[in-house]
Design a protein around this ligand. Structure first.
Ligand code: S3P
Length: 449
């Protein structure tokens, strides 16, 4: 099957060409105030798109993520035979394949999305076709051996190129396994659960650190049986799914940028409406509280197993405190670490991050880029293999920021820029659209200048 040709993985060469790059200028702000409803959670959108495509019947989804990544998952589901209709009222209807994927006519393009590539591998592996999964340059540098191992154990054949995409999957009937996830990864867990759902026998899995459990909730919402006994999760194979109607909760990882911005201004007042508050994601709210932020939960309810709430956030008087984020906590807020590090200089005691080596294999080497950009803004920072230490009480100046075409780096430094002296230019700002295309518009709306 034809696939794109790829260079040998080389982190130094990640980057869009000049023609595709856009620069965003961020001016300092005086305060941060307002109320927003955020687009749907990226992680939940991926899972709903994939399970809807496998299910029987038509799933109707409101507030689906506007980010490019979940749309890569939707496009892959279409290529596998699902019918996707974007309605005028912005809902998305997905008519599933009732468990029978097509042989796709061309490679499944996962774009920049590690979630699509890893979770989809588990979803398609039990189908007797040959699937090729490709991605952009950044995705082609990310480790894929982690999903190959369990799927191989289940009987699938997967070819990687030096541990990376493109992935070729020779699918077929799979058998259940018992699997202990060696690295904390919800994506790997999901690949195993999605394959286990369609395997013969009951697959069980234990995690060293409990990662986000959206797959567990989504599987149950679509009608699957899933059992938890302490740390052990079991999924009987041969199960069929049925379509659902659902509203995707607002994305807490997108909210993180605004929550951190709100911490920086003494008179800030931020209200986030209908935001996901799943306990396996909400450690971020504990961190905001530990930094001195006041959080009031104005409303909370459950939708398809997911907690959704309205929260109000106020800044601590005297500025945010500091803290060390390490151990299991680092894994639980892995996507929020860049922005927490970027506001480190403005805290009183600084921010130290350890046990976060996974940051080096995200959409970019996020430790190296956070360090580089903090230094560009004049900050003192120490880099470790598994994290960094940013002393508090520092003043930053506007600078030229390199997003490395990583959405979370572009957004993290836009927040740091709000308290710097002078303007900051974010190069590769278009990357924000991977998870949060409305970011710059909403940031501008919430800033008082
Ligand atoms: C995700 C899990 C995390 C996270 C990613 C989304 C998910 O990755 O960084 O943005 O939706 O399951 P890992 O599970 O690989 O840590």
């Amino acid at each position: 099957m034809p696939v794109r040709s790829f260079d040998a993985p080389d982190r130094a060469s990640i980057g869009y060409t000049r023609e595709r790059m856009s620069t965003q200028t961020i001016r300092p702000a005086r305060s941060f105030q307002g109320s927003v409803t955020l687009p749907g959670d990226k992680s939940i959108s991926h899972r709903y798109a994939m399970l809807a495509g496998l299910a029987e019947g038509t799933t109707r989804l409101s507030n689906f993520s506007t980010g490019a990544d979940p749309h890569s998952s939707l496009a892959c589901m279409e290529a596998l035979g699902a019918k996707v209709v974007h309605k005028a009222d912005k809902t998305i209807e997905i008519t599933g394949t009732a468990g029978a994927f097509n042989q796709p006519a061309k490679p499944l393009d996962c774009g920049n999305s590690g979630s699509t590539m890893r979770m989809l591998s588990g979803l398609v592996a039990p189908h007797t076709h040959v699937f090729t999964l490709i991605g952009d340059h950044s995705l082609t540098l990310r480790p894929m051996e982690r999903i190959r191992k369990p799927l191989l154990k289940m009987g699938a054949k997967l070819d990687l190129v030096d541990g990376h995409a493109p992935i070729t999957i020779y699918g077929g009937p799979l058998t259940a396994i018992n699997f202990d996830t060696p690295i904390p990864s919800a994506q790997v867990k999901t690949a195993v659960l999605f394959a286990g759902l369609q395997a013969q026998g009951t697959t069980s899995l234990t995690e060293s650190v409990r990662t986000r459990d959206h797959s567990e909730h989504a599987l149950r919402a679509f009608g699957a049986t899933l059992l938890r006994d302490g740390d052990k999760l079991s999924i009987p194979g041969g199960q069929k799914l049925n379509a659902i109607n659902a509203t995707v909760p607002g994305d807490l990882s997108s909210a993180a940028f605004f929550l951190c911005a709100a911490l920086l201004f003494p008179d800030s007042n931020l209200v986030l409406d209908a935001v996901g508050m799943n306990p396996t994601r909400a450690s971020l709210l504990d961190i905001i509280t530990a930094l001195g932020g006041g959080i009031k939960v104005l409303h909370v309810e459950e939708q398809h197993g997911e907690l959704v709430g309205t929260i109000q956030v106020n800044a601590p008087s005297g500025g945010p405190k500091g803290m060390e984020i390490s151990g299991a906590l680092s894994a639980q807020v892995i996507d929020e670490l860049p922005v927490l590090a970027a506001i480190g200089p403005y805290t009183r005691e600084g921010i130290t991050i350890r046990d976060a080596k996974e940051l080096r294999v995200k959409e970019s080497d996020r430790i190296a880029l956070v360090v580089k950009n903090l230094r560009a803004m004049g900050a003192e920072v120490t880099e470790f293999e598994d994290g960094l230490a940013v002393p508090g009480g520092q003043e930053l100046h506007g600078a030229q920021i390199d997003s490395g075409t990583d959405h979370r780096i572009a957004m993290a430094f836009s927040v740091a820029a709000l308290r710097a002296s002078g303007d900051t230019e974010i190069h590769g700002a278009e990357a924000a659209a991977i998870s949060f295309p409305e970011f710059f518009t909403l940031l501008d709306m919430l800033c008082q200048r």
